[in-house]
Design a protein around this ligand. Structure first.
Ligand code: GLP
Length: 241
């Protein structure tokens, strides 16, 4: 694992965008695994700026998003679909057919999950997977458990995650209780992984990711087994390492 400790959220965002843009410049038809949450917002802002300055071209890039809530319309302000269009896709030249987000009518979800994994496989797997991290060490929506799922699957969100994500909704009751998430095998099968964390509330999770015991109870600790992980953290998130 390569760990970069940076001074601020701004520096984290610039560094993350430069890692993603290097990937795309070196391989214009890269397959990117994309994450949502507040942490990568600054990275997306920087990528949009690089695009506007003609320094990056997304026309051949294929993207697969990590996760999406179940039960929220794609147009809902807090859906990860809206997030991705508002933060990136509406501002750069991604081709619509290259964008993949795990959302489907609820009655077809099981079937959809299998198709999502097949589609990632057919695209040649993920070249660079961007990850945020939950305060409990979840990645995507792979929540701490005594076993983890390999493929894309339906998840019951942990109480801690519902609590943490309630800041985006009017009340905790409005937070969806389920989501679809890529499983550990698509994440761990990515050629490169870029994990971002900012703020003191992520310090414990980052400590457990880097120095903790490898356990499904901290899904991010499994990243210790991956050969090419870059972690970019600001000082606050690096407080316990
Ligand atoms: C969410 C997402 C994760 C994200 C995490 C942290 O629940 N499913 O993909 O990494 O929480 O989010 P934030 O960056 O807002 O702290």
């Amino acid at each position: 694992m390569r760990v970069h400790i940076v001074e601020s959220y701004e520096e984290l965002s610039t560094k993350a965008a430069s890692i993603v843009s290097s990937q795309v410049i070196l391989k214009p038809n890269s397959v990117l695994g994309l994450a949502t949450g507040s942490t990568p917002e600054g990275m997306y802002r920087n990528l949009v700026q690089l695009y506007k300055r003609d320094l990056i071209d997304f026309s051949e890039v294929i993207s697969f998003n990590l996760d999406e809530y179940i039960g929220l319309d794609a147009n809902h302000q807090q859906s990860y679909t809206s997030y991705m269009f508002n933060n990136l896709f509406n501002h750069v030249n991604f081709k619509e057919e290259h964008i993949n987000i795990p959302i489907e009518a609820e009655d077809k979800l099981q079937e959809f999950c299998l198709k999502y994994d097949k589609k990632i496989e057919r695209a040649g797997g993920i070249d660079l997977q961007v990850l945020g991290i939950g305060t409990n060490g979840h990645i995507g929506f792979n929540e701490p458990d005594n076993k983890l799922k390999t493929g894309t699957h339906i998840v019951d969100l942990a109480e801690e995650t519902i609590e943490a994500n309630s800041r985006f909704f009017n009340s905790k009751e409005e937070v969806p209780k389920q989501a679809v998430s890529m499983g550990m095998s698509s994440i761990m099968g990515s050629k490169k992984i870029l994990l971002l964390a900012s703020g003191e509330n992520k310090a414990e999770a980052i400590k457990n990711t880097i120095n903790g015991k490898i356990t499904t109870e901290v899904p991010s600790s499994l990243l210790q087994l991956h050969p090419d992980v870059t972690i970019v953290v600001d000082k606050a998130a690096a407080k316990l390492i």
